[in-house]
Design a protein around this ligand. Structure first.
Ligand code: ADE
Ligand code: ZN
Length: 326
């Protein structure tokens, strides 16, 4: 069996992708047309041409622009359904997806409309394709902590449908400690948590994310590799890392895939998983990330097996369900 066929066939989970980062250019044009929103681009080719980023902020500017196309329940449903169909074709058996709720609520879209659209698509995926899903609410770190806490309380009626809370957005200038009270409240309410750390920020942000926010997973975490003592601690604790190689390449977090720390992270004993982050913007879904890394970093079947196994054991899902895939 070829390595690509192995990657396709092995059961795996995706744990770090942003739904709004899965708006493909064709869907972007369709949503703009459907909702009468004007776009600065007329064709898929022009949209793809615009996807040249210098850093995280240059990408986030476009990401937030794309968010404005999502207005109706059907929009949120169609976007989510399209992602899960693609994930199913890639051999993903479980996918946890971030939703940037604040970007939609602040535009006046009703909470019911958004959650109904996303959750009904997650249910459709489970029923039709037997792929399980989890909704992660992605808090944006450039916004005030009090807004995040207010949203957390407002989401109480949906608590059984929320797999966890995350923290994303502009990392530089928004250190983890800014959200200490928010994560403490998540813990009190019994939610699983994760946070972006060490994507553009330093190793210290990864350490503070673990020590102060006490998250269950770290999203990205690349910068931890600059601190050997921290790496030893995180390897011993087995905290999962959701690494996003093609994202890192497109946002200039790494100069090349060959210099990506993924393989070194695995070899240091970290609980690493591979994920697509914002697949429509970064040129690849999960399997394309795995294939590109296998090629650039000379990963073999054992590495790929480890990555798939790690993804399932790091998922926020019941042990019995997880064990059925291992
Ligand atoms: N939101 C969407 N993609 C993100 C990323 N790569 N980092 C931080 N926030 C994000
Ligand atoms: Zn992300």
């Amino acid at each position: 069996m070829s390595l690509n066929a192995f990657i396709q066939s092995i059961p795996k989970a995706e744990l770090h992708m942003h739904l709004e980062g899965a708006i493909e250019p064709a869907l972007m044009l369709e949503l703009a047309d459907r909702n009468g929103v004007s776009l600065p681009w007329q064709s898929e080719a022009q949209i793809k041409e615009a996807y040249r980023f210098t850093d995280l902020q240059s990408f986030l500017d476009l990401f937030y622009q794309g968010c404005k196309l999502l207005i109706t329940r059907e929009d949120f449903h169609d976007l989510t359904r399209a992602y899960y169909q693609r994930a199913h074709r890639d051999g993903i058996v479980h996918a946890e997806v971030f939703l940037s709720l604040q970007s939609h609520l602040t535009r006046g879209i009703a909470l019911d409309t958004i959650l109904d659209g996303v959750l009904s698509a997650i249910d459709d995926a489970a029923r039709t394709d037997q792929i399980s899903g989890g909704l992660l609410i992605g808090i944006q770190r450039h916004r005030p902590e009090d807004d995040a806490i207010a949203l957390l309380e407002r989401l109480h009626p949906w608590r059984d449908r929320i797999a966890g809370f995350g923290l994303g957005g502009a990392e530089r200038g928004n250190p983890p400690a800014k959200f200490a009270r928010f994560f403490a409240r998540c813990k009190e309410l019994g939610y699983r948590t994760t946070a972006h750390a060490g994507e553009e920020g330093p190793a210290e942000y990864v350490r503070d994310t673990v020590h102060i926010l006490k998250v269950h997973r770290i999203d990205h975490g690349n910068a931890a590799m600059n601190d050997p003592e921290l790496v030893r601690e995180l390897a011993a604790s087995k905290i999962p890392f959701t690494v996003c190689p093609l994202s890192n390449l497109k946002l200039n977090v790494v100069a090349s895939l060959e210099s990506h720390p993924l393989r070194a992270m695995l070899e240091a004993g970290l609980h690493v998983t591979v994920n697509s982050d914002d697949p429509a913007f970064f040129g690849g879904y999960l399997n394309e990330n795995l294939i590109a890394c296998a090629d650039a970093l000379e990963l073999d079947v054992n590495h790929l097996h480890r990555l798939a196994h790690n993804s399932l054991t790091a998922a926020f899902m019941p042990a019995a369900q997880r064990d059925s895939h291992l």
